[in-house]
Design a protein around this ligand. Sequence first.
Ligand SMILES: NC(=O)c1ccc[n+]([C@@H]2O[C@H](COP(=O)([O-])OP(=O)(O)OC[C@H]3O[C@@H](n4cnc5c(N)ncnc54)[C@H](O)[C@@H]3O)[C@@H](O)[C@H]2O)c1
Length: 338
Amino acid sequence: MNAKVLVTGGLGYIGAHACVALAEAGRSVVVVDNLANSSSAVLDRIAELAGGPPAFVHGDIRDIGLLARTMRDHAVDSVIHFAGSKAVGESVGLPLSYYDNNVGGSMALLAAMAATGVRRLIFSSSATVYAQSGRMPLAETATLGASSPYGRSKLFVEHMLADLCASDPAWSVACLRYFNPVGAHPSARIGESPRGVPNNLMPYIAQVAVGQRERLSVFGDDYETVDGTGVRDYVHVLDVAEGHVKALDYLQRVNGCATINLGTGHGVSVLQMLREYERASGRLIPFQVVARRPGDIDRCWAEVSLAHGLLGWQARRSLAQMCEDSWRWQRDNPLGYR
Ligand SMILES: NC(=O)c1ccc[n+]([C@@H]2O[C@H](COP(=O)([O-])OP(=O)(O)OC[C@H]3O[C@@H](n4cnc5c(N)ncnc54)[C@H](O)[C@@H]3O)[C@@H](O)[C@H]2O)c1
């Protein structure tokens, strides 16, 4: 049997795009997902784009026995670990649930990998692990200091992985710190399908554009930025997905623990994003400026030379493509996968 890549959380937003990118690169995949934040309908959509459905196990990553069995049954030789809970605001009210799923889930996964001799892992980390600082761009060596239970759960796992690699040189691990993944597959068959009120800017704008929400609230227009609104590094989800394929190739050559930013290296303000989305959708997007949100920072973008140097990866898709692909997905699937 050909070795497979185990993709935890492979039916989620980034995971689904990664499954398609892996199939395009000729890699076979087995997905483990508990459907906590996704739908089994995603399997059919991935199948349309990848020429067949990935192997799928409906289950929880905290079940070590299930993971170990899956790894043996599918001759898994590497793991991409997307599964987890991801809402920063929710994590403040539910810290134990976040530590359980994100830290406990990662520990269970590592135990199953250790038990089955699988030593190659890509971990979904986040720009939220960086301490708030005025200096941009953020290099991987910048001061760490997450400000929410979600961010700390990512940081704990990063530390755990570094300790593991230091204890045993057989491991090869990449912690990929995503900045702000947005957009969708250009086919409009897979994309982001948030439950309830979207936590992030682009899905919110998309719902306003399609008429599901009245207007966008812009949290503050008095930051020291180009137009006073917050600036972030938005990166196309397909670029992020392709970064995982490159990182897998890298881990086949190099052992140890690497920590790498995935972003474009450029900041885009809320109003710049809104105007670009209006152009892409041909719709007017009403907005109102409201008070700053506590804890928000003014500007944040990535230093991206390490990804280029180590992985040969660079974000290729423009802000216009991010907005056009997001809009096509939202227009054709106004209720997401529901
Ligand atoms: N989307 C972003 O903006 C962003 C930014 C930085 C980092 N990340 C990280 O990237 C990863 C993927 O993000 P996403 O946007 O695709 O999230 P998502 O919620 O769309 O996908 C996560 C998937 O994991 C599954 N899952 C959750 N807990 C599980 C468990 N215990 N067992 C099995 N499956 C489980 C969910 O059902 C879902 O399909 C997450 O770890 C997230 O923290 C995301």
